[in-house]
Design a protein around this ligand. Structure first.
Ligand SMILES: Cc1cc2nc3c(=O)[nH]c(=O)nc-3n(C[C@H](O)[C@H](O)[C@H](O)COP(=O)(O)OP(=O)(O)OC[C@H]3O[C@@H](n4cnc5c(N)ncnc54)[C@H](O)[C@@H]3O)c2cc1C
Length: 399
């Protein structure tokens, strides 16, 4: 039997690594994920704002993996990794590996507050979180239609963090509310979205033109943006901001940062302050040569040594580089330095409106929206095609 490579996490990074490794029939690959699907986080804002159904935002992992004779998919949860024994502890048994690829992403950071508030907070990084948010808002709108009293009550949603995901969620949701407002002004006038930005602008670090366009768009949609303040405390149903203001809230979404996936917390490898695994320029861990880390759970840097932001595009590129270096390791060939690049940033700004920054050119509005949709489709359509092929293969297999 050939080498056994285990990939933890079947999302942007893990799938990219799996597809490249699968071209080598001498290698046995096991892909493990806690869900039987890859959730397209980059389209989560569409789901939250009711612009799409959840089946449009997923890729079936068993069907995808059925296309490759040397790939086995295991729907399991990783509990811990024992790098000395080269074993992964799962919710149901263990899995040993020769080479490990860690691609479990990150989780939304939670605000350190009263347990009861957790009932009102949710992240958009998982399908469950996005569906929960969407259902909650649909239900709130429905209650307002049914009851005059309810419709007159203020309903405040706080989004903590005004980076790319916070802005996309705020714009998408406000657009969704505005749509209802047009058809039922009476029941929706008291719904408000507050976006909390710790810096002096939203989308800190992005090009000034993109910041300007996004700020104007949020204003037009009627999102209430609070800049240069942080959430300092949460008391019952009120957030206290560092500028001493208080906002009563009914629902909160944290988009202010991410942290280590729980299964990596006890993994004894070198990590940075955010809990990301430190990797060499070849993408294996600085602590273990046979452990590669890619995507959001890795401290990725560009060729100049500058940290790369956690994005789907860097997750995909790092997955491909790691797979190539695994093949080189197995063939005793010299490894190649990874060279991940941010090719551009596309931000959805509610409805059919987006802003795109390709570095040398920036544009926004409906054209940018169409290009964003095209980018999303160019990623998911080839995967869906493989999934439909894989389903046919599974269906014709005798049970
Ligand atoms: C709202 C939003 C919008 C975004 N928009 C963009 C965008 O426009 N462009 C862009 O490039 N990036 C965008 N991003 C960022 C991008 O989605 C992430 O950087 C990307 O998903 C990282 O991919 P990954 O493969 O590293 O990890 P993830 O996509 O987080 O996947 C991790 C996988 O590991 C699995 N896993 C985790 N823990 C376990 C466990 N214990 N056991 C088994 N399996 C486990 C999960 O189920 C999941 O399938 C956005 C993110 C958000 C939240």
């Amino acid at each position: 039997m050939g080498h056994h490579i285990v990939i933890l996490g079947g999302s942007y990074g893990g799938i990219a690594a799996m597809r490249r490794l699968s071209k080598h029939p001498e290698i046995q690959i096991t892909l493990i994920d806690q869900h039987p699907y890859h959730f397209l986080q980059t389209e989560g804002y569409e789901l939250i704002s009711s612009n799409t159904s959840f089946d449009e935002t997923i890729v079936s992992l068993p069907a995808l993996c059925a296309n490759y004779d040397n790939v086995t998919f295991k729907h399991r949860t990783v509990r811990a990794i024992d790098p000395k024994k080269k074993v992964i502890l799962l919710n149901d048994g263990e899995e040993s590996y020769d080479i490990l690829v860690i691609a479990v992403g990150s989780v939304t950071k939670r605000f350190d507050c009263d347990e009861t508030v957790y009932n009102y907070s949710s992240g958009a990084k998982s399908l469950r979180g996005a569906v929960k948010l969407n259902q909650f808002f649909q239900h709130e709108l429905y209650k307002r239609l049914e009851s005059d009293k309810k419709a007159k009550e203020n309903f405040n949603i706080i989004i903590g963090g005004a980076g790319l995901s916070g802005v996309e969620i705020a714009a998408g949701m406000q657009y969704f509310f505005n749509r209802y407002y047009r058809s039922n002004a009476l029941s929706c006038a008291t719904l408000h979205i507050h976006l909390i930005a710790s810096r002096e602008t939203i989308l800190n670090g992005m090009h000034p033109k993109i910041i300007k366009v996004a700020t104007q768009r949020l204003k037009k949609l009627r999102v209430k943006v609070h800049t240069e303040c942080r959430i300092s405390a949460i008391e019952n149903h009120e957030v206290l901001l560092t500028n001493d203001s208080r906002i009563p809230f009914d629902f909160m979404i944290f988009a202010g940062g991410t942290t280590t996936a729980p299964c990596l917390e006890d993994l004894n490898v070198e990590k940075n302050q955010k809990g990301q695994i430190l990797v060499t320029p070849y993408l294996y861990s600085t602590s273990y040569h046979e452990i590669f880390a890619i995507g959001d759970n890795a401290a990725l840097i560009d060729k100049k040594g500058k940290p790369l932001p956690p994005t789907a595009q860097t997750a995909i590129q790092s997955g491909e580089y790691a797979a190539s270096n695994i093949i080189r390791t197995l063939k005793n060939r010299p490894l190649k330095k990874a060279d991940m690049k941010i090719k551009g940033i596309a931000i959805a700004l509610g409805g059919k409106y987006a802003a795109i920054d390709l570095g040398h050119i920036r544009f926004y509005g409906y054209t940018a929206y169409l290009i964003k949709k095209l980018i999303e489709r160019l990623y998911k359509w080839p995967l869906w095609w493989l999934v439909s092929k894989g389903f046919r293969k599974i269906e014709t297999c005798p049970i």
